[in-house]
Design a protein. Structure first.
Length: 372
């Protein structure tokens, strides 16, 4: 193994860390934490539970963000001390430990660097993910359920809280659609690069002749609405339908008509919720998701107007953004970033960080091209 130039490597780590601190604006972050801490200490804060939740959640997120940046600076300092001691004492075990820590810090900095690219208006928000089966019949429904499991496993690996809000099961296998919430800092900014059409190619387990089948599923990601967002929906613009919640195969899991379907009449947007215990809870959850979709629609319309004024910018994601091929070979490939891996099983089990990171970097480069 080639000898590592530790001083040069540590200088490179410090330069990257300094750049991240500048982009993050650590001083402003500390000021915000101080203000939020003061707000969180107000005696009557919990008289308004929704506001209290908002303040404490934002404080926790900001503290985690600052701790992540500062802890990496400390780790770089500790690495430098470890290297000096190891070299002075000619200790091969300590040097081997230093090599491992060097790689670990470099990886952590790369991950943090990606987070600094999440600077969109809603990127810090929690995310609401909806998956719908597309062309391909029962295989598409099965694929939609595979994608849902993939994202839930990804969130589980990262310790992110998730909540399945609605599931519409298909007749034979899989799901027609599902909606779930991922509650974590920057969940929307992170997962929004997963939005688009996903394609699966495999030998169909539902075809008794063992033929290869191509199927599709769509992934939609929207930011979760917050109390401070001003999205008012007049009652006369919403149609409310109630129905009985159901589980796989159409079996009833609830003996009352507690599930709720909201239709926004002007846009035709439909939101269904059935996983809460009461009709009131389902309606509140559905209204929140509807508000989130209208908020994003408003933002997209504003962006479209800006693009029209600036001229046509070719930065389309395209209809198919990723292919999962299980037969005749094994590969998952992102058609935007060209990132690919030869282990679909690991990807479908939630190992998608590399795809997400590549997607975030790709999106940032597209935005730079559009602005230049």
């Amino acid at each position: 193994m080639a000898e590592i130039d530790f001083p040069a490597e540590i200088r490179a780590l410090r330069n990257t860390h300094d750049s991240i601190e500048q982009v993050t604006d650590v001083d402003a972050l500390r000021r915000e934490i101080s203000e939020l801490s003061e707000a969180a200490g107000v005696p009557d804060l919990w008289d308004d539970p929704s506001k209290a939740q908002e303040v404490t959640s934002r404080l926790s997120h900001r503290q985690s963000e600052l701790e992540r940046v500062e802890s990496l600076g400390t780790r770089i300092d500790d690495l430098e001390v470890l290297v000096q001691l190891a070299q002075e004492e000619a200790d091969p075990d300590s040097l081997a430990e230093a090599v491992k820590e060097l790689e670990s810090i470099r990886k952590s900095l790369e991950e943090l660097e990606v987070v600094t690219l999440l600077n969109g208006e809603y990127d810090e928000r929690a995310a609401v993910v909806t998956i719908r089966s597309g062309a391909g019949g029962v295989d598409a429904a099965d694929f939609a359920e595979m994608l849902m499991r993939m994202y839930l496993r990804w969130a589980e690996r990262r310790g992110y809280a998730t909540k399945v809000m609605d599931t519409s099961y298909a007749e034979e296998a899989g799901i027609k659609s599902a909606t779930f919430e991922v509650n974590a800092p920057f969940a929307y900014g992170t997962l929004s690069v997963e939005a688009g059409t996903h394609r699966l190619v495999r030998i169909s387990p539902f075809d008794n002749q063992g033929r290869r089948q191509t199927s599709f599923a769509a992934v939609e990601v929207i930011p979760l609405i917050e109390q401070t967002d001003s999205i008012e929906i007049p009652d006369n613009e919403i149609r409310v339908d109630v129905f009985r919640s159901s589980g796989p195969g159409g079996q009833s899991v609830n003996t009352t008509d507690s599930a709720v379907r909201l239709t926004h009449i002007p846009t035709g947007i439909v939101v269904s919720m059935q996983n809460e215990k009461s009709q009131i809870q389902n309606r509140a959850a559905a209204l929140r998701v509807l508000q989130s979709r209208l908020l994003l629609l408003k933002k997209e319309q504003e962006d479209a107007e800006k693009k029209a004024l600036a001229g046509d910018v070719k930065a389309s994601w395209g209809d198919q953004m990723r292919s999962y091929v299980l037969n005749p070979y094994q590969m998952v490939k992102d058609l935007r970033t060209e990132h690919e891996v030869g282990n679909p099983a690991a990807v479908l089990d939630g190992d998608i960080d590399a795809f997400i990171d590549a997607g975030i970097r790709w999106r940032a480069s597209q935005r730079q091209l559009a602005e230049s």
